[in-house]
Design a protein around this ligand. Structure first.
Ligand SMILES: NC(=O)c1ccc[n+]([C@@H]2O[C@H](COP(=O)([O-])OP(=O)(O)OC[C@H]3O[C@@H](n4cnc5c(N)ncnc54)[C@H](O)[C@@H]3O)[C@@H](O)[C@H]2O)c1
Length: 357
């Protein structure tokens, strides 16, 4: 395959800010189509994309069926709101397309499992957009972990605590988002930490979720804005704004998670990870590795930053499509993460720890 023909499904904020510019950097990718409900707005984006990048104008369609009927396409980036991910990914896989699916893979573990099975039966590239895995500082840490510098990792802490960072738009509408900060940013924190821990099997979850601050407006404050035209001012706010969880794994390790869109504490928007192992430990943000060498305690400060991680993610996907190589955030891992998120919600709802079934 010389050129990979890619279509974008859901041409909103993440598609325009991250997916499209990353694809546009590759000469072996042609953006052949856009699928979106808001076709008028997306026509303008298609024209601008073509002008800015000296490329043909992608066709604009309102359904994936009309996309595949009118266009030759190999792969899709699915960047629609969470509750529609499974529907579009299922249609794309049935049409034989490779799929890069935005996070969370699904809002329901049952649906995620069915999608995982479908992708396996098709034998094509199916990847969840767990963008933090592709950061350069994370890649560096993973190298130390894989080399055994931490020994057995038995405890982890992760958090993304925003003081006032509720995204504007559909995110606060439970029907469309499937959850608040847990589904939105908790999925990143959990996925990254669990992956760095070596993806242990979940044993039990103890979750806590609350809407503690809600929609209090403050001045001079910015947050992510969805481009979909619904719920612009978060009129519908049916999700939590804070979630915490304690997860136990079958290998006798444990993970503590905290995420908020709004919380009365210091602003701390970054994804923080702390890993504690039998031989060493590490933190992400600040980037440090803790160990002992020649009988002395040693703190190492590696030099790496985030880097253009979305480009790395898109490159990884396209490499998978072109070469048939395995991707690092596949649908089976996406399913395990959604399963843990669902367990956290269920535990929070009933108010006690639940065991994996
Ligand atoms: N990887 C990351 O760090 C990251 C960051 C932000 C968002 N995201 C994910 O990207 C996805 C989109 O988020 P966003 O902020 O870009 O939202 P958005 O509202 O800006 O974009 C969604 C687009 O999908 C279109 N759309 C909505 N419903 C549709 C439907 N049923 N069929 C077809 N098109 C539809 C909208 O018109 C809009 O153009 C979400 O799943 C979100 O979790 C990921």
């Amino acid at each position: 395959m010389d050129k990979v023909r890619v279509a974008i499904v859901g041409v909103g904020a993440i598609a325009i800010n991250s997916h499209l510019p990353s694809y546009a950097k590759r000469n072996d990718v042609e953006i052949v189509g856009f699928v979106d409900l808001e076709t008028e707005r997306v026509q303008q984006i298609a024209k601008k994309f073509a002008e800015d990048n000296g490329r043909p104008v992608p066709g604009v369609y309102s359904t994936i069926e009309s996309l595949v009927e009118h266009t030759s396409v190999d792969a899709v980036s699915i960047c629609t709101p969470n509750a529609t991910h499974v529907e579009y990914a299922t249609k794309a896989l049935h049409s034989g397309l490779h799929v890069l699916l935005e996070k969370p893979m699904s809002t329901s573990a049952k649906e995620a499992k069915a999608l995982e099975q479908l992708a396996l039966s098709k034998g094509i590239t199916a990847m969840v957009g767990m963008s933090h895995r592709y950061r350069e500082d994370v890649t560096l840490l993973k190298r130390f972990i894989d080399a055994g510098d931490l020994g057995d990792i038995y405890y982890a802490k992760t958090r993304i605590l925003r003081r006032r960072g509720t995204p504007k738009g559909w995110f606060t509408d439970l029907q469309i988002s499937g959850g608040g900060p847990l589904m939105d940013i908790g999925v990143h924190a959990l996925d990254l930490t669990w992956w760095l821990m070596g993806m242990p099997k979940i044993q039990s979850a103890n979750g806590f979720m609350i809407k503690g601050v809600e929609n209090e407006k403050v001045d001079f404050n910015r947050s992510w804005e969805a481009m979909s035209s619904t719920n612009k001012q978060n009129e519908v706010y049916t999700t939590e704004d804070f979630a915490a969880a304690f997860l136990r794994f079958e290998n006798n390790s444990a993970l503590q998670l905290e995420v908020s869109w709004a919380l009365n504490g210091p602003e701390d928007d970054a994804l923080k990870v702390e890993l504690f192992g039998s031989r060493g430990g590490l933190t992400l943000d600040p980037l440090r590795i803790y160990g002992a060498t020649h009988g002395v305690l040693l703190n190492t400060t590696p030099t790496a930053k985030l880097g253009p991680f979305f480009e790395h993610e898109i490159n990884h996907f396209i490499d998978g499509v072109k070469n048939g190589t395995a991707v690092i955030s596949d649908f089976s891992q996406g399913y395990e993460v959604v399963r843990m998120l669902n367990m956290i919600v269920e535990s929070a709802q009933i108010g006690r720890e639940i065991a994996a079934t």
